[in-house]
Ligand binder design. Structure first.
Ligand code: F3S
Length: 399
């Protein structure tokens, strides 16, 4: 790769071994993808995970004196102070949380701990070049805002945060952003939950290509969060277009950059129903309800508060969200309503964290296939249902 003098200086170790390692990783990625050079990034988001490998890498950069030139926002960890109210937090889990916090803080990250930074704290404009990891964030910034990022790992995004650059390849290039597969959505999309199923199911028909959806009208921001998160869980889709809605697809022709689609597929209501029946546990008694994968918005919290107001939940309910949304929920009285009913709003926390050990082996209800997918390896079983129906089930104790 052709490097600028400053990039070469980073690679040569002028800024210490941490920055040197970050640049080495990016050069290796660039060479693997035949990137001709690096380009500056203006925003980064790192899917910090509290896993050993993630911590090892972050500590290695921090101990090597690295400091972020483009400070990233970060994914949720778990809020142990809040979790201690309903579960015992193991000392080894607490230790990794604290070490992760210390390493990323030392690197200069902005410790937002939320997985929807694209809604509140790290919002790009059209065409901006970014390095974003996190499965719901990458498709959202690429598709809904028309910003440009590859599907980064936590580590590659962190390397870009440290160096301020990313290799120029993949979705940063105009030609790679053209649609590949035309998707005729023939299902009437009744609510945000249908977008969960559409996102999880579509990659089965579209494969690895960039899908272009036709037949979707004015999806809400929650529907778009759901669509992107599931496209990148059921498949590995980091970019999609919606004709007449997303900025690079004012028309079908524009979405395909004047070329013919490589393939056309149709998705019907029957496909969405089949998908749901494959993913969901059968109905019956439930032990808990878990929401916020991705983190809930204030509108979703409002929906729950309105349903449970003045009632008692038959099973505990946990709602994960950002600290900004939790703060808003407190100010607006929703937190008190949900606590009164027997539920909890928890900020800074992801469902794929060890604070949920007390739910392993139990059966819950959620509206998120991503939540159900990640927790299968933890022997958590989930009934999947639209938000309102699932809250009613939590009040009844069964679905
Ligand atoms: Fe967010 Fe964790 Fe789900 S990062 S999207 S709550 S897997």
């Amino acid at each position: 790769m052709k490097l600028k003098a400053e990039e070469q200086a980073m690679l040569d170790g002028k800024y210490g071994p941490g920055t040197q390692l970050a640049m080495k990783v990016l050069v290796a990625i660039g060479e693997a993808y035949d990137a001709p050079y690096m380009v500056p990034v203006t925003r980064t988001h790192v899917a910090l995970s509290n896993q050993e490998a993630d911590l090892w890498f972050a500590e290695r950069l921090a101990e090597g004196g690295a400091h972020c030139r483009v400070r990233p926002t970060v994914n949720p960890s778990f809020n142990w102070k809040q979790c201690e109210a309903f579960t015992h937090v193991e000392p080894e889990d607490l230790s990794i949380v604290k070490r992760t916090h210390a390493a990323y803080t030392k690197l200069g990250a902005i410790m937002t701990y939320d997985c929807t930074p694209y809604l509140e704290r790290n919002v790009p404009r059209f065409g901006e070049i970014l390095s974003f990891s996190e499965s719901s964030a990458t498709p959202f910034v690429n598709s809904v805002y028309g910003a440009r990022t590859n599907r980064e790992a936590a580590q590659s995004a962190l390397c870009s945060a440290v160096t301020g650059v990313t290799p120029y390849y993949g979705y940063l290039l105009d030609e790679n952003r053209a649609g590949d597969v035309l998707v005729h959505v023939e299902a009437d999309m009744q609510d945000d939950f249908d977008y969960q199923m559409l996102g999880y199911f579509a990659p089965r028909k579209t494969g690895f290509g960039v899908p272009v959806f036709e037949g979707l009208e004015n999806p809400s921001k929650e529907a778009l969060m759901n669509l992107g998160a599931q496209l990148n869980t059921g498949g590995n889709v980091a970019l999609y277009h919606i004709v007449g809605f997303t900025p690079e697809a004012p028309t079908r022709e524009a979405a395909f950059q004047g070329k013919k689609p490589k393939k056309e597929v149709t998705i019907t209501r029957a496909d969405l129903e089949t998908m749901r029946s494959e993913l969901t546990a059968p109905g019956g008694k439930i032990d808990f309800a878990l929401y916020g994968c991705p983190h809930f918005t204030i509108d979703q919290v409002t929906t729950i508060a309105e349903i449970v107001k003045g009632k008692k939940l038959a099973v505990p309910m946990f709602i994960m969200t950002s600290s900004l949304t939790k703060n808003l929920a407190e100010k607006m009285g929703y937190e008190a309503i949900i606590r009164e009913a027997g539920g909890w709003i928890i900020d800074d926390t992801c469902m794929d964290q060890p604070c949920w050990k007390f739910l392993y082996g139990k059966r819950g209800i959620t509206d998120s296939p991503k939540c159900a997918y990640y927790t299968k390896r933890r022997q958590m079983d989930f009934v999947l249902a639209p938000l309102k129906d699932s809250v009613e089930a939590a009040l009844a104790g069964e679905y």
